[in-house]
Design a protein around this ligand. Structure first.
Ligand SMILES: [Fe+2]
Length: 201
């Protein structure tokens, strides 16, 4: 059985970038619902119950399942994995990228601002609900709904939730303001960990 992970910080700790109201609703209601629905669908697939969510999503296409079950796992398992990562890559006040990480980003994008601009552009380009991701090779990609890069066997190192439930209470329909504020709570040390590089600034 999967469980809702505890946050490492209070609901109000990411304010004003993300308000306590959004955090509580997003974590306690939205994420909890993904966990509950994932557990419900796995009732019918006992052989999947001992696997990690990463294993389930990575192997999903090759598992022998009805299309209805596969879709339910894709949506709710994806929702569980994506949000679990999202909570972890944020922290109150954020943190600066280490020299090593910054060097890699600069190599890929020229400078940090250009990287942020590209990431924000990708986030604005998500039509409807979805996510924008930074992948281990430092490319940026987006997915619709709760699809995870894990479905393609790729473990993301950073993800931004651009579903309206992630920002509407604070920013209404102004997604660019949400993205701009979100940079201030990104924990780049956590991103470095996912990339297996040093986190010392
Ligand atoms: Fe979300």
């Amino acid at each position: 059985m999967f469980t809702l992970p505890e946050l490492d910080y209070d609901y109000s700790a990411l304010s004003p970038a993300i308000s306590a109201d959004i955090m509580q609703l997003h974590h306690d209601k939205h994420h909890q619902t993904y966990v509950d629905k994932l557990n419900a669908v796995l009732q019918g697939s006992p052989d999947l119950q001992n696997k990690t969510i990463e294993e389930i999503l990575t192997e999903l296409d090759s598992l022998s399942l009805s299309e209805e079950t596969r879709t339910a796992i894709r949506n709710n398992g994806g929702g569980h994995y994506n949000h679990s990562l999202f909570w972890k890559i944020m922290k109150p006040g954020g943190s600066q990228p280490s020299t090593e990480l910054l060097g890699k980003i600069n190599e890929a994008y020229g400078d940090f601002d250009t990287f942020k601009k590209n990431f924000a552009q990708a986030a604005l380009g998500v039509f409807g609900s979805g996510w924008v991701w930074l992948l281990p090779d430092l490319t940026i990609t987006t997915t619709a709904n709760q699809d995870s890069p894990l479905l393609d066997g790729i473990t993301p190192v950073l993800g931004l939730d651009v579903w309206e439930h992630a920002y509407y209470l604070d920013y209404k329909n102004v997604r660019p303001d949400y993205i701009a504020a979100w940079w201030g709570v990104v924990d780049w040390d956590e991103v470095s960990k996912h990339l297996n590089i040093g986190s010392t600034v």
